[in-house]
Each structure stands twice: as C-alpha cells, then as structure tokens.
Design a protein around this ligand. Sequence first.
Ligand SMILES: Nc1ncnc2c1ncn2[C@@H]1O[C@H](COP(=O)(O)OP(=O)(O)OP(=O)(O)O)[C@@H](O)[C@H]1O
Ligand SMILES: [Mg+2]
Length: 411
Amino acid sequence: MSETPSKISVKEIYKIFGPDPASVLERVRAGASKSEILNETGHTVGLRDVSLEIRPGETFVIMGLSGSGKSTLIRHFNLLIEPTAGHILVDGHDVVDMGTEELRDLRRHRMSMVFQRFALLPHKTVLENAVYGLKVAGIDKSEAEQRAREQIELVGLGGFENQYPSQLSGGMQQRVGLARALATQSEILLMDEAFSALDPLIRNDMQGQLLELQQTLHKTIVFITHDLDEALRLGDHIAILKDGALSQVGTAEEILMDPADDYVARFVRDVNRSRVITVGSIVSESRALRLSEVNPQSVAAGMEETGQRAIYVVDEDNRPIGAADEQVFTRVDGSSPVRPEHLHEPATVTTDMVIEEMLPTMATRDYPLAVVDHDGRFLGTVSRRDTVSELVPRATEPEAAMAEAGAPGGR
Ligand SMILES: Nc1ncnc2c1ncn2[C@@H]1O[C@H](COP(=O)(O)OP(=O)(O)OP(=O)(O)O)[C@@H](O)[C@H]1O
Ligand SMILES: [Mg+2]
C-alpha cells in the first residue's frame, strides 16, 4: 500500500490477561465480548485483533477511554508485554522472535519509553539523570555528558544541570525525562500519557516543544493521550481503541469527517472542526470558462449548472483570472469583448489550508473562492454553503455505527 516500509507494523495482535489465555483465545477470535469473557472465564481481553502500520518519522497517537488497551498496546512494541497471538515488526523484524541480546539492543538503542511520570532518580542531578540512559547504553562518559547537555538545553532547562529533581517543578521534571529520552538518540520514542500530569500551560508548552524538536529529529513517536486536542495537534495519524479493539485509524481530518462509529463520534464531537478540516476536502469540482467563452449565456449556464453565484474564468495555463456573474456585463461596453478588468477579482485558496485560515478571505467576497494547487492552477471552488455544512458535525446513523462496530477496521 505505502511506498515507504513501516517503522512499526502490528499484525493481528491479541492479548488476554489471566491464568490460561490460550484457552480463551478461540472464543475471543469468534467475537465473544470483553465482559462475556471476564464473567465466564475470569480472563481480561486486553487487545483484540489489532493491526497498525506506523511510518518512519511520524507521530502516531493512540487514544481511547481508560481501560481500552492503550498502555497494553504500546508495551508490546518493545515486548514489555508478550502478545497472546500476533506479531510486532520493528524495521521488519518480529520482536516476538527476538533473542535476549536483540531485545536488549532494541530497548537500549532503538526505542526510548517515556511514562506518565518520568521515573527520575532522586539522588542524581538533572545532568546525571539525563546521562543515565546513555551510560546504560554503554556510551563513554564525555560523549554521554555532551549529548545530555545538548538535550537539556533543547528542552529549555539549560542552567539547571546541577539541580536535583526535588528542586524542580513537576513540569520541569517532565522535561528532564523528555531530555533523557531524547538523549538516547533512539529512533523510536514511546510516550505513554507523557504530558497528562502537567498543568495546561506547561502541557501546551511541552506539545509545542515536541513539535519543534520533531521538525529536526524526525523520530517515530508513538504517543498515548486521553486528550483529543493534544491528539489533533500532535498526531499525523490517530488510532482510537475501544475495549481492546481498534475503532478507527486515520488522520485527524479523516476521523473528524467520517467517524467510524458512535464511540468515535462522541470523541470528536466537541472539536473545533474549522482547525482540522482542509479546503481540499470541501472543494467542489467545477468547470471554469476561458475569457473568450465569457458571455451572458455561458455565465448563466455555468451558474445554473454549479448552483453557485459566479463562475470562474481561467487563462491558458488554467490559472484563475477572475470570476464572472451578470454584473460583469454591466461593465462591458456594448458588444465589445469581456476583459479581465471587467471580472471580479479572483479570490484563491489552496487545498492544504484549514477552514479557519480560509474564512477571512471568504468573509470579504460574496462569490465562491477558487481553489488552486501549488502552481496556482484551478481545481474547483468552495462556497459558503459547503463550508458551513462541513462545520456542523453530521449525526452518525445508528445502523451504520452498529455495522461498523461489528467489523472493526484498521486493516
Ligand atoms: N497485568 C494485567 N493483568 C490483568 N489485566 C490487565 C493487566 N494490564 C492491563 N489489564 C487490563 O487490560 C485492559 C487494558 O488496560 P490498559 O492499561 O492497557 O488500559 P489503558 O487504555 O492504558 O487505560 P488508562 O487510560 O487508564 O491508562 C484493562 O481492562 C485492564 O484491566
Ligand atoms: Mg494506560
């Protein structure tokens, strides 16, 4: 499907907690619910048939209610938890098949894990804490120190190197933990609710810092959160778990525009859609006229056909030069040809703008906006009506939601 191979590839994993997971696996595969399994066998379904592809360099967010299996899932990636069934490939290698040596290498050099509360060593300074992981990884002292200092600087804690964790605020401690994880230079960062204990301002700050770091580091980050705004801000892709199964995987926009079921719809209900939905997904394809084709009949026919208040006019390269409606002809002298200056000025937006960025342009025109690609070529139009209808979330149909719930997606 994708051109670049996945960094992490999760294949049909099941995790059942209890004395004899294998004995209930078949029932779980056959679709028995989490509560049925718990009531009848005393086993807990942690994960059910989860498959995911995580691309190199992306931030992949995992969301879901408490108990939905988020921590269980992420702990499979470095085999802190072994699956009851299924496989987890990291760079194409199955962690389930790894020997002790290979696993140790994976955990020390290739994946760093950051927990909700970074377990800082209380009797070591900020610098010593940041160096710690590197020493464990066998890096020599002077290099370890240099790297650690760089990362401390990066997370904004320069000057605090010799303080102890107890002398720092909770947010600062969290940043030391982040510095420590970054200092290991592993390509993969696993973050389980890493920002959840922070107060909102610091949390916002940390999100910004992570985004900024990520622009230069390009690590593969798996980030668990309860917070939808955080997920939308950080996630290139978002997976939503329910009772151990995936409800949906997609970009923020895909999830917002087309929630797979009621559970997902409830998650996204209160989101500011105008900050997520892009022009590209509300553009209507519509024909444009060449200047030589502009006359009262063609304009009237175009408006009729598209149901819009003006029709765009493009040059030979398909770039908008203006918009035409009846008013245009009041400016034309007799039967002389229509010229660009008779048209309404073109108002253009690009497909990757979110609605919020487009609204100021829309507010000042009473005709549709032209949507163009990065070369300025005409793709279609966006009208106020389409925009407004996208900003109001559609109700999901109960039947559709039921059908989806019975057939979890993600493959
Ligand atoms: N070691 C364990 N033994 C038994 N059951 C477990 C164990 N770890 C997790 N579970 C069960 O697996 C399910 C998923 O738990 P998990 O910790 O992955 O949830 P979570 O989505 O991370 O929740 P939270 O948001 O509260 O951290 C829960 O029903 C939980 O009770
Ligand atoms: Mg958890």
